[in-house]
Design a protein around this ligand. Sequence first.
Ligand code: SF4
Ligand code: SF4
Length: 185
Amino acid sequence: MGYFIDTARAMAVTMRNVFRPPTTVQYPKEDRVRPERYRTSFALVHDASGDEACIACLACERICPSRIITVKPAGKRESPVTGKKRNYLEDLTLDLNACIFCELCVQVCPTDALIMLRELAKPALSREGLFLSMERLYANESLAHSWGTGSRLMEMQDPKRGLPALEPGREAPPQGVDPIADGVS
Ligand code: SF4
Ligand code: SF4
C-alpha cells in the first residue's frame, strides 16, 4: 500500500510539471532582464576632452584583492589635447579568470578611467579568452554608454563629462564587439 501511495504522489508531481510552461531561456536567441548590479567585463575609457583618462596611478592594481591587474606607467609627457604634462599608461591588463567582481578597482580610480560593463556576453572558450589586454579594454569603450555599470553610469551621464545621456531602457550592444569572447584583441 505504501509503495502505491508513493508512486501516486510521484506521478502527481510529474503530471503537475508536464503542463507547466518552461522556465529556461534560449540564450542567445532570447535575452532576459539583467539585475541592476549584474557585471561581466571591463572597459578603459577616454575623458571628455578625448584624452586617455588613465593616469597610471596604480590605485586599481594596489587595491585588487585577487592581484589580477597589472599597470605599467609610461611616465610623464605632454597631452596632445591640453598641452599639459601628465602621466600616461604604457600597459594595463586585467585577468578576468580570477576576478571576484568586487568593483573596488572601479571605485578607487581617481579619473573614472576604468569601468565595469553589464553586457551579457558570450562565454570565453579558453583562459586566454578571459585575459583583457589594454587593447581589448579600450575596444570595450564603445560598450560603455549602453552597458556601463550602475554607479558609473550616473557619473557618465554627468554633463560635465561631456558624454550624452542614456536613452531610457536598454539598448542593443553594438555589433561586432564582444568584450569577453575569444579572439577579440
Ligand atoms: S573587480 Fe576584479 S579586477 Fe577589480 S578589484 Fe575586484 S577582483 Fe580586482
Ligand atoms: S585605471 Fe584608474 S586607478 Fe587604474 S591606474 Fe588608471 S587611473 Fe589609476
